[in-house]
Design a protein around this ligand. Structure first.
Ligand SMILES: Nc1ncnc2c1ncn2[C@@H]1O[C@H](COP(=O)(O)OP(=O)(O)OP(=O)(O)O)[C@@H](O)[C@H]1O
Length: 736
């Protein structure tokens, strides 16, 4: 007997067929709503998998589309509830878009969740169903399949694969109430992450608790309660002696755990805390007895990593500074706490032209402790590889700001794991920096506060906090209008009609014309051609340092409000003022018209042969170059791009060798993650856009060290950004 859902499905199936759907999807690609790859994948599923049910194919297309937007899976319930949140690439200013939106709404409105899930679960050729208790489903795949990749010694690496569905390109998982459709590879990444973390959560490290308090006292001072000032002598503007010491609590909890997350906003002491934690772990690893027969101390092998070269360089600098603050100083701790931070790709050992790494379950990293900074930028794929590459007994410590934008790639692992965490300090009067979930994962997370860089009393700290908590636009604008105190970080806002507005030109002139701007140094401090190379290295180092003084950020890539339009606009403005050299001065550079002295560029793809990482910023400079050959020998000038090295020096690269770079007078907020600038300006477009969210505003504001400027045209756009949240479907949220 057919149930009600099945009858409905017959009805909807009758009303159109898979060919109609594929034709619609083709139009959606034309309208920019889907990628060509989404359509190709759906066609493949229809043709190779023999799927004729249009509603199943629609789910497949949307799963692929969501994946392209950083979602690990398609949340079927959310899709039916809010169809307008799908197809985020669809631009509202194109003629086709109302029609595409309407078509999608109609198609989804005709669906019943249970019936849709049942039909997906029965599409055996292409989908492995992993949800128990679905009605009308004749077969549920076994989540622990014999072909699992785990080993007897390390069951955490077991990779579930469904019996009978082993090769299916999609997986239906989640729960009957919240069904999730995955591309198989992403489901597997999540499974590996979950298993890797779970195995660590249930196997604590045995420590000598009797020694723990004494070591914590040595690192944080005697009192277990209030925040300490011992390490730096600084006081947080909002410091209150009654506040619990979150940093100490983090170290205490992390000491016996194999998996731990230290999260917090800018300047809340994540690096300070992790350096103390590493010192604590080494102290606990030292034998207690120091007599002649005492066992030899074998220090823990520690590896430090970050997702980008930029973040790695910043942490390297910060760790080196923090080692001095430890009791005993860098001399005592330098030999057992490394300050050199690697990129995650380097740590895992990239294999050229492959998604795989040299380190994996069968060849794990020789490390006892791995610390990953800026973990909010690590996507599911990389996190799965990292967990695979850890020895079963190795500890993993993640640092990051859970409220920041996540990686552009699929998955927001840190945010998902911290999902039960409150925005800002928790309301628990007892332990405001810990979660009250009681789950093993909840116990392994500490949220640091307050910020030692920004007070909540006003300026940057107050604005970031208001945005994070979804404040209303009037309150945000009030904060901008309040009397500014440079000690709290200046914030200002300006209304502009568009990037041609004189207020925009004025801000650019102020930023790039200032005596301490990089362009000023480039023009006025250049050494004479006949001096030693060291003078040019120093000049370049000063320019690279000065480049961190100001950065324009935008949420968009294309159009006049996006990086492309803004870069052109700024270059034209700076040329008008004679502050930038003309393009193509050096005809030997490849694509000479693109290259000119003063062009700041960001590397957009790791280049191991040049040792340049995604996110590295360099500046194009004109430097003397010898001319070889007989009578004409002498010097000429040549364009070179100067990049900072981890050791504080400068590396020169020929422009022609740089394969993937973009100009960064303006930079997307996404690309600015992991970087900080003294002054950042965020320019908002003149109409709403799905990328405008609280997380984006928060990330942009917290890139500023001393000043933040908001340039906007419509208050309504700012209001919408303040109310929208990044929503990423993932199976890592929820029960642990
Ligand atoms: N308990 C503390 N007492 C006083 N100052 C502190 C304390 N903890 C950290 N600081 C200081 O606050 C500043 C920021 O600390 P730290 O770099 O550790 O924070 P973070 O969270 O890692 O910052 P970022 O936003 O750069 O990631 C540093 O100057 C540090 O010395």
């Amino acid at each position: 007997m057919q149930d009600r859902g099945a009858k409905q499905s017959d009805h909807s199936r009758d009303s159109r067929n898979s060919q109609d759907l594929l034709a619609s999807l083709s139009n959606w690609v034309e309208a920019g709503a889907l990628r060509a790859v989404d359509l190709a994948f759906t066609r493949f599923i229809a043709e190779e998998g023999g799927v004729t049910d249009a509603d199943v194919l629609l789910a497949v297309a949307l799963t692929s589309e969501r994946n392209g937007h950083g979602h690990v899976c398609l949340d079927l319930h959310r899709a039916l509830e809010s169809p307008d949140r799908l197809l985020s690439r669809l631009r509202d200013d194109t003629d086709l878009s109302p029609q595409v939106r309407e078509e999608l709404r109609e198609q989804l409105a005709a669906l019943d969740l249970q019936d849709w899930v049942r039909r997906l679960a029965n599409a055996h050729n292409v989908i492995a169903p992993m949800i128990d208790g679905l009605t009308g489903v004749d077969h549920v795949a076994d989540p622990i399949a014999p072909e699992a990749t785990g080993t007897a010694e390390n069951p955490a690496r077991r990779e579930p694969a469904p019996a009978g569905h082993a090769g299916s390109p999609l997986v239906l998982a989640g729960s009957a109430e919240r069904p999730l459709l995955y591309l198989r590879r992403y489901w597997q990444y999540e499974q590996r992450i979950r298993a890797g973390i779970q195995a660590r959560l249930v196997t604590p490290v045995a420590i000598d608790v009797a020694r723990l308090d004494g070591y914590l006292d040595a690192l944080f001072g005697r009192s277990a309660g209030p925040q300490t000032r011992q390490a730096t002598g600084k006081q947080a503007a909002s410091e209150n002696p009654e506040q619990p010491n979150c940093q100490r609590i983090a170290c205490e909890r992390a000491a016996s755990r194999r998996f731990f997350i230290i999260t917090g906003g800018p300047g809340t002491g994540k690096t300070t805390t992790v350096v103390r934690l590493l010192a604590l772990l080494q102290r606990l690893a030292m034998p207690n007895d120091e007599g002649d027969d005492a066992p030899v101390f074998t220090p823990l092998r520690i590896e430090l990593a970050a997702p980008t070269g930029k973040a790695a360089a910043r942490l390297t600098e910060s760790i080196a500074g923090q080692l001095h603050g430890l009791p005993g100083g860098a001399e005592a701790w330098g030999p057992v706490i490394p300050s050199q931070v690697k990129t995650l790709h380097r740590l895992l050992g990239t294999i050229p032209n492959s998604r795989h790494f040299r380190h994996h379950a069968a060849n794990p990293l020789p490390a006892d402790v791995v610390v990953v900074d800026e973990a909010s930028m690590v996507d599911v794929e990389l996190m799965a590889h990292l967990l695979d590459a850890l020895r079963p007994d190795a500890r993993l410590i993640l640092l990051g700001d859970k409220d920041q934008l996540s990686s552009v790639e699929a998955g927001a692992v840190l945010g998902d794991l911290c999902q039960p965490a409150p925005q800002g300090p928790s309301s628990s009067p007892r332990l405001p920096c810990t979660l009250e979930t009681g789950s093993a994962l909840g116990q392994a997370i500490v949220i640091l506060w307050p910020s030692y860089r920004f007070s909540q009393a006003g300026g940057i700290g107050a604005l970031a906090s208001l945005v994070n908590q979804g404040g209303v636009v009037q309150n945000a604008l009030k904060l901008f209008k309040a009397k500014q105190d440079p000690a709290l970080g200046i914030i200002d806002a300006q209304v502009i009609s568009d990037p041609e507005d004189t207020a925009f030109s004025r801000l650019m002139a102020e930023a790039y014309g200032a005596k301490d701007s990089f362009l000023h140094q480039l023009r006025n401090q250049a050494p004479p051609a006949d001096v030693a190379q060291a003078a040019f290295d120093q000049w370049a180092a000063d320019i690279l340092q000065a480049q961190k003084r100001f950065q324009l950020l935008t949420p968009l890539r294309q159009g006049v409000w996006g990086v492309e339009g803004l870069n052109q606009r700024i270059i034209a403005l700076l040329r008008q003022r004679g502050w930038l050299g003309e393009a193509g001065e050096d005809s030997r550079a490849m694509a000479p018209r693109q290259w000119f002295p003063g062009r700041p560029v960001m590397v957009t793809r790791n280049d191991y042969s040049l040792n340049l990482m995604n996110g590295d910023i360099g500046i194009t400079l004109s430097v003397p170059a010898p001319v070889k050959g007989g009578q004409a020998a002498g010097t000429t000038s040549m364009l070179r791009v100067a990049f900072p090295t981890a050791e504080g020096g400068v590396r020169w690269v020929l422009p022609s060798r740089l394969q993937a770079v973009e100009t960064v007078f303006a930079m997307t907020v996404h690309k600015a993650q992991g970087s900080e600038f003294e002054h950042t300006a965020l320019i908002l477009p003149d109409r709403p856009n799905p990328v405008l969210t609280r997380e984006l505003l928060y990330t942009a504001i917290t890139r500023s060290k001393k000043r933040f400027t908001l340039l906007y045209s419509q208050e309504a756009v700012l209001a919408e950004a303040l109310s929208a949240r990044v929503e990423r479907a993932s199976g890592l949220q929820g029960s642990w």
